[in-house]
Design a protein around this ligand. Structure first.
Ligand code: HEM
Length: 129
């Protein structure tokens, strides 16, 4: 039940990010939507971290260790990419057009990673239900 609530939030973040990319020409709206998506995502990670300690205490099973590790690694990479997005996005806003191509390539990579985070979250929770 708890995992479902987290995954619903995770799905909403993916949708929000897709919307933010769709409106990228409306810069102010793009920045607002992407900022919200990134803040929400970090808040989601905190929620999971805080509740996982409880889950771990309850079940000492480590049968899905590899799947969980892959999922966590992708999720952490996504947050690292958020930092690149902030940096390159701010550069584009300040008029440095050379950063635009980089922001675009990093943007699609970040979005792909975020989708993978969502998809792999099913492996991480599925074995235990
Ligand atoms: C996860 C976060 C983000 C993603 C995935 C993302 C993705 C994108 C993509 C795909 C584009 C289109 C680039 C193109 O086709 O040329 C774009 C444009 C842009 N983004 Fe982001 N972005 C993110 C966050 C940010 C942030 C935090 C800022 C500012 C602080 C920002 C500022 C901009 C600007 C100024 C443009 C150019 C819009 C234009 O062409 O007029 N982005 N972004």
């Amino acid at each position: 039940m708890e995992a479902l609530f987290m995954q619903i939030q995770s799905f909403c973040i993916v949708i929000l990010m897709a919307l933010g990319i769709y409106v990228n020409k409306r810069r102010k709206l793009h920045v607002k939507i992407m900022s919200l998506a990134m803040i929400w995502d970090v808040a989601l990670i905190l929620q999971i971290e805080l509740s996982r300690s409880a889950i771990l205490k309850a079940s000492k099973a480590m049968d899905n260790g590899l799947a969980l590790n892959i999922h966590v690694s992708i999720a952490i990479s996504t947050v690292v990419f958020y930092c690149f997005m902030l940096y390159t996005g701010r550069a584009v806003l300040s008029g440095k057009n050379a950063f635009r191509k980089r922001h675009r390539a990093l943007g699609y990579t970040t979005f792909l990673l975020r989708i993978l985070t969502f998809v792999t979250s099913f492996w991480a929770v599925a074995p235990k239900g």
